[in-house]
Design a protein around this ligand. Structure first.
Ligand code: C2E
Ligand code: MG
Ligand code: MG
Ligand code: MG
Length: 282
């Protein structure tokens, strides 16, 4: 194709570009209907205490079961949802569904913190605190059980509104976490200045933790930073016993990763919680 384009100057019609643009357009259209038609669902990944292995929370991760294309990864459709603004209604649905599920678990005697990802666009909406409040009310969930995950760039979006959202949510009793920490640019002054409870270390630094001295140094530094700022720290993407052993040595607070469990449907969470509890007794 590249050759054709060079010879004939058909750059406009580069087939792979057309296909990509069409695909993106179709995806956006389909996503518009996906919510109404109930094609979205939430998977939940356990958040586990490093010391002892108890499951203390779950992160809600959105999934899309497309009628023809099958399961589509959020890495693919979240950017489309963000660019089209659809993330606002999608995000609202996630918030309501996740808090409802967390309240249902509590009613069954499973006290789990629920973590929900917020996109930068959601954070820029003036009604965000009201929306969070109403989701909690409707679900009948106490705010302290909800943790909102934002990225470093959302945190650094230095608008008065973003800053007042942080305080309003925190005053409400909601927890705030910085997701994918270490991959973006955030000022240490911000970490100190705002009411943040948790840093989540990006999986890129955890992957080679037990073999790469640089990654080990970075993870050690982030755990120390969180500790000295009075924040909790979670390692993402833990897949092996070696990685976990390292986190035990560092006294990292919590971890998430395939080593404990992949994100699973709500109905499977009780099983993971019970299995981890028997590890504790052993
Ligand atoms: P994230 O919030 O950083 O979520 C962690 C991602 O790492 C999840 O990917 C999870 O499945 C994956 N993961 C967990 N443990 C392991 C592991 O041990 N190894 C590896 N290789 N991966 C692991 P997922 O579910 O595909 O989500 C990707 C991203 O999409 C999320 O990253 C988040 O940024 C975004 N996302 C997912 N759900 C939502 C949502 O409801 N709203 C918004 N705004 N974004 C969402
Ligand atoms: Mg997250
Ligand atoms: Mg992350
Ligand atoms: Mg991420």
């Amino acid at each position: 194709h590249a050759k054709e384009a060079e010879r004939g100057g058909f750059r406009f019609f580069a087939p792979e570009m057309n296909a990509q643009a069409l695909d993106r357009f179709a995806l956006e259209n389909d996503l518009r209907h996906a919510l109404a038609e109930g094609q979205l669902f939430l998977a939940y990944q356990p958040q586990v205490e490093v010391a002892g292995g108890r499951v203390v929370g779950v992160e809600a991760l959105v999934r899309w079961q497309h009628p023809e294309k099958g399961l589509i990864s959020p890495a693919r459709f979240i950017p489309v949802a963000e660019e089209s603004g659809l993330i606002l209604s999608l995000g609202d649905w996630v918030l309501r569904e996740a808090t409802r599920q967390a309240a249902a678990w509590q009613a069954q005697g499973m006290a789990l913190r629920i973590a929900v990802n917020l996109s930068a666009l959601q954070f820029r909406q003036s009604q965000l605190p009201t929306q969070v409040h109403s989701a909690l009310e409707e679900a009948g969930l106490e705010p302290r059980w909800l943790e909102l995950e934002i990225t470093e760039s959302t945190l650094m979006d230095n608008t008065e509104q973003a800053i007042s959202h942080l305080w309003e949510l925190s005053d409400m009793g909601v927890q705030l976490a910085i997701d994918d920490f270490g991959t973006g640019y955030s000022s240490l002054a911000y970490l100190k200045r705002f009411p943040l409870q948790r840093l989540k270390i990006d999986q890129a630094f955890v992957r080679d933790l037990s073999s790469d001295a640089n990654d080990a140094a970075i993870v050690t530094a982030i755990v120390g930073l969180a500790r000295s700022l009075g924040m909790q720290v979670t390692a993402e993407g833990v897949e092996t016993a070696e990685q976990l052993a390292y986190l035990v040595d560092l006294a990292c607070d919590e971890y998430q990763g395939y080593y404990c469990s992949r994100p699973v449907p709500a109905a499977e969470i009780a099983e993971v919680v019970a299995r981890q509890a028997t590890l504790l007794e052993a």
